[in-house]
Design a protein around this ligand. Sequence first.
Ligand code: NAG
Ligand code: NAG
Ligand code: NAG
Ligand code: NAG
Ligand code: NAG
Ligand code: NAG
Ligand code: NAG
Ligand code: NAG
Ligand code: NAG
Ligand code: NAG
Ligand code: NAG
Ligand code: NAG
Length: 626
Amino acid sequence: MEATHILCLILLVEFVFFQVNSDPVEDKQALLDFVNNLPHSRSLNWNESSPVCNNWTGVICSGDGTRVIAVRLPGVGFHGPIPPNTLSRLSALQILSLRSNGISGEFPFDISNLKNLSFLYLQYNNLSGSLPVDFSLWPNLTIVNLSNNRFNGSIPYSFSNLSHLAALNLANNSLSGEVPDFNLSNLHQINLSNNNLSGSVPRSLRRFPNSVFSGNNIPFETFPPHASPVVTPSDTPYPRSRNKRGLGEKTLLGIIVASCVLGLLAFVFFIAVCCSRKKGEAQFPGKLLKGGMSPEKMVSRSQDANNRLTFFEGCNYAFDLEDLLRASAEVLGKGTFGMAYKAILEDATTVVVKRLKEVSVGKRDFEQQMEVVGSIRQENVVELKAYYYSKDEKLMVYDYYNQGSISSMLHGKRGGERVPLDWDTRMRIAIGAARGIACIHAENGGKFVHGNIKSSNIFLNSQQYGCVSDLGLATITSPLAPPIARAAGYRAPEVADTRKAAQPSDVYSFGVVLLELLTGKSPIHTTGGDEIIHLVRWVHSVVREEWTAEVFDVELMRYPNIEEEMVEMLQIAMSCVARMPDKRPKMTDVVRMIENVRQMDTENHQSPQNRSESSTPPPLVIERES
Ligand SMILES: *[C@@H]1O[C@H](CO)[C@@H](O)[C@H](O)[C@H]1NC(C)=O
Ligand SMILES: *[C@@H]1O[C@H](CO)[C@@H](O)[C@H](O)[C@H]1NC(C)=O
Ligand SMILES: *[C@@H]1O[C@H](CO)[C@@H](O)[C@H](O)[C@H]1NC(C)=O
Ligand SMILES: *[C@@H]1O[C@H](CO)[C@@H](O)[C@H](O)[C@H]1NC(C)=O
Ligand SMILES: *[C@@H]1O[C@H](CO)[C@@H](O)[C@H](O)[C@H]1NC(C)=O
Ligand SMILES: *[C@@H]1O[C@H](CO)[C@@H](O)[C@H](O)[C@H]1NC(C)=O
Ligand SMILES: *[C@@H]1O[C@H](CO)[C@@H](O)[C@H](O)[C@H]1NC(C)=O
Ligand SMILES: *[C@@H]1O[C@H](CO)[C@@H](O)[C@H](O)[C@H]1NC(C)=O
Ligand SMILES: *[C@@H]1O[C@H](CO)[C@@H](O)[C@H](O)[C@H]1NC(C)=O
Ligand SMILES: *[C@@H]1O[C@H](CO)[C@@H](O)[C@H](O)[C@H]1NC(C)=O
Ligand SMILES: *[C@@H]1O[C@H](CO)[C@@H](O)[C@H](O)[C@H]1NC(C)=O
Ligand SMILES: *[C@@H]1O[C@H](CO)[C@@H](O)[C@H](O)[C@H]1NC(C)=O
């Protein structure tokens, strides 16, 4: 009691301290000067008396809260020129996005002192005049998008000096003159279309498709296709994963068709088995679930007579416990609540069988819980097909997902290889899993808890979206063994007993999964020495120290144009892993926030203000051009 109070007090003090500490006064004034001198049609919640770092739309601070490092204000309805001597005072700025506004006037030349500027998005404004002559003033520029403005003059040769430059979009301006021969090996994407450029395509840019130069006075026939350098777009950055995905879908379709056929066969088989059993035939070979599940510990014959597998309505599987026991089985892994097996039935149907240990409730409660779990039919929740309860054995039967869990894709399975996951896939995993968990939280009068969210319990469904498994077990099993257990990295600080898991602790665990997707790191990992690193703490420390791109998975660095989305996702993840449970957003808010980052199969096109209502963490404003 006493101790808890003291702990709470410490946390509170820490929180308040952080809040007070996190106001970079000078940057705040610069931002206020900026916004007060640039008319805008939508109101911003930039209240002088609220903290910049936590509450101002579109502003991100360094981890220690001393500097503003990102300003993202797309679609706020700014009109007029950028007021001088405002943004230029944000000398630690790394990301500047003012896209999709009506900003006019010249390029804001005074930002030349923002030496750390890496991402510059000014597309879809009304900027005119010439571009800065010397882009080497911003040596770290990685993505520059100045498209859809009215810039004129020539393309500065100084882009050549930007060794990090990965994407350059100058399309839909009025640029003229010849295209300089940049020698930029990191440049993955460029678009110079719809300008007034002339001359020929320089050697170094011939690896890009013609569409990049379309809408100019550049004749394409000046370079014979065979003479162009060997690098074609199809052997640079992306195709690998695309191909993989296409193949995956085909394979999956094949599996679905196959399982339909097999289902039918299984039914015939089932009838046959039923008939033969009526004759009292006792066939119970020792083949059952070999490969881990020891036969002698398995259900005894007599129990079997009374306890059958309970299938859920609409389940098209046709096998019974005996078939299951006869099946050849392979250990998939030792989960939090027991062993998981991949069981291949005689008819080749493949299912996952979970063998629960330490179930701490009686049959009735178990069944009740299973009924809730089994009733959830949502594309982002792995369906429970059947369960089995006897005194000695508790089994759960799920569909088998042949691509493996997100954990095995991200970290490799037992030293195996990582599966490359591109950013789109990671976004679909995140949004799918979030929707699944939100759906689970809506069950049982809005009180249902998953209790064991981790990347090894998330799979890819047939649409390649995230899909969560293993729900509702935490509350019916005995408390876990010591915190060294694998789930430890996912466990919210307030959860000492897994049975006490609550919805905010699910949100925490989901936040850890998001961090895994962003960093590619395990929730608990070791560095060179024996030091054990908790992902959440590690991210906090990296972010606190400099907030560079270092926190992100290097594998993601190859994709241009995702920086903003990654930073937004990081922001969401950080809000989920807030130390105080009541500071974490609700799962439905998390879904909305992720959907705001990327409009994925949702149609809602609201104004930024409407979208950000009622989201607890800093609102995210994203306006997608269409
Ligand atoms: C700013 O916040 C204070 C209290 O925090 C409030 O009284 C004031 O009305 C707010 N101002 C604006 C412009 O929203
Ligand atoms: C931050 O904004 C939220 C609403 O957007 C508000 O409830 C909260 O009180 C604000 N926090 C501070 C410290 O101003
Ligand atoms: C720029 O970034 C580096 C490291 O990322 C940091 O050390 C430096 O202080 C930053 N510069 C400014 C002006 O913030
Ligand atoms: C550019 O970024 C790197 C890290 O990505 C940093 O170490 C360096 O200080 C930055 N350069 C400048 C001029 O800030
Ligand atoms: C762009 O700016 C020019 C003046 O520089 C103005 O005449 C024009 O209406 C502006 N266009 C838009 C779409 O705001
Ligand atoms: C660019 O446009 C401005 C007017 O917006 C004009 O004064 C200037 O001469 C133009 N420059 C070039 C190189 O066309
Ligand atoms: C690149 O940078 C070097 C030194 O910073 C400078 O001398 C050179 O002129 C620059 N090149 C261009 C094309 O701007
Ligand atoms: C630049 O903006 C345009 C329009 O929003 C977008 O289509 C393009 O992908 C962006 N390009 C880069 C390199 O960011
Ligand atoms: C250029 O403008 C055209 C027409 O408005 C648009 O279709 C195209 O997507 C724009 N290009 C880029 C790269 O934004
Ligand atoms: C391009 O840059 C590379 C190093 O980045 C250099 O080896 C090569 O000689 C350069 N090519 C030209 C044509 O300048
Ligand atoms: C395009 O450039 C040519 C010269 O190369 C010039 O005569 C023409 O006026 C320019 N067109 C526009 C729309 O700027
Ligand atoms: C460049 O932009 C034009 C439209 O402005 C578009 O048609 C073309 O596909 C783009 N090229 C690339 C490679 O993005």
